[in-house]
Write a protein that binds this ligand. Structure first.
Ligand SMILES: Nc1ncnc2c1ncn2[C@@H]1O[C@H](COP(=O)(O)OP(=O)(O)OP(=O)(O)O)[C@@H](O)[C@H]1O
Ligand SMILES: [Mg+2]
Length: 336
């Protein structure tokens, strides 16, 4: 803990997510929001593009360029690109000349030993002096509640891009946690598959994500449509296609069923001492996918428990990780 005590100066918090990475500077707040993506030039054998500008090239780059995602389903899947990605992040953060910052990285709580080590190795070789890990459920809860030290059960459901994780917290600790490596990216892929099989048209992943955000509605009664460009899989020709909210809903449902099943199994296994807390306060819903229209109402009906979406689902984890990184009050939530 001595190391940690002296690490709060020149420190930054990072929410290293499958799709989005955010950086927090103590006393300043969020200073960077970038896609977790970088591009590699195969001819020159060098990385050359980083973050949002790299993500924009996805599916549109020439053959010699590979748009890479260092993370898959919440864990580092390509260590070389993760090191390069973190090096780029650290290059961008303001710090005294020649000094190496300490970084507090928020990661899913279900990462195994090797996956956790990969984050530490990527951080250190990317230029960090020390790398401390914070489990996402702590960041999520602190981001919204500030204090989790009481013997009061808090149930947090984080649905991001690659991982869905539900955790019971109490007395500054994780009592139990269940996760599924299924989340927003799987919804996008399910939408592409649905249109391929049911409508015989091919749509891009980015259009699938756009349809999810524009037409997806877990309680949607009224039918909405949106025109997108597709490839007709029978004629092999491009055409304009009217996508309907009913179809988007059908595609999303099987993925949501898995997340409902995960949450239900958590509620069923809650220790009885926490039942009153959870039925009084409900579930806190966070992560970008919690912005799917009416997901809170849907989950509440399915699980028979109140569900409340946090104020800023895409920033909640980094705000919590940031608070943890800047106050010694939260020392016990950090893995040194
Ligand atoms: N309005 C919206 N409706 C539905 N989904 C949304 C909306 N806005 C963002 N999302 C989804 O949120 C996800 C990104 O959320 P977030 O940034 O929390 O994930 P992440 O932290 O990168 O991933 P993970 O925590 O799983 O590693 C994407 O799948 C995105 O499509
Ligand atoms: Mg996340």
């Amino acid at each position: 803990m001595f190391l940690l005590k002296n690490s709060f100066r020149n420190s930054f918090a990072i929410d290293l997510g499958t799709n989005n990475t955010l950086v927090y500077q103590p006393k300043k707040g969020i200073i960077l929001e970038e896609a977790t993506s970088l591009s590699f030039d195969k001819q020159r054998k060098e990385f050359f593009n980083f973050g949002n500008s790299s993500k924009k090239m996805l599916g549109k780059s020439p053959q010699n360029i590979e748009v890479m995602r260092p993370l898959s389903k919440g864990a580092i899947s390509n260590l070389t690109s993760a090191k390069e990605y973190i090096k780029n992040l650290i290059k961008q953060i303001p710090k005294p000349l020649f000094s190496k910052p300490n970084i507090f990285v928020s990661v899913p709580s279900d990462l195994n030993y090797m996956e956790r080590n990969a984050v530490i190795e990527a951080g250190k070789s990317g230029g960090a002096k020390n790398v401390f890990l914070i489990k996402d459920p702590f960041s999520a809860a602190i981001g919204f509640l500030k204090d989790i030290s009481n013997p009061n059960g808090i149930l947090v459901l984080d649905i991001g891009a690659g991982v869905s994780e539900i955790s019971l917290l109490s007395c500054n600790g994780i009592v139990m946690s269940k996760s599924l490596r299924v989340a927003g990216n799987d919804i996008d892929e399910a939408i592409v598959e649905y249109f391929k099989n049911a409508k015989r048209v091919l749509i891009s992943l980015s259009d699938a994500e756009m349809l999810k955000k524009e037409l997806g509605d877990m309680m949607g009664k009224e039918e909405k449509t949106l025109c997108i460009s597709v490839k007709n899989l029978i004629t092999h020709m491009p055409e304009n296609f009217e996508a309907s909210s009913k179809d988007v809903q059908k595609a999303i449902k099987p993925i949501m069923d898995k997340i409902v099943a995960l949450s239900r199994s958590m509620i069923e296994s809650l220790p009885s001492a926490f039942l009153t807390d959870i039925y009084d306060q409900g579930i806190l819903l966070t992560g970008g996918s919690s912005m799917l229209a009416n997901l809170d109402r849907y989950l509440s009906l399915e699980l028979q428990v109140d569900v409340k979406v946090v104020d800023t689902p895409l920033q909640n984890i980094i705000l919590g990780a940031g608070a943890i990184s800047e106050s010694s009050l939260y020392h016990s939530l950090v893995s040194a």
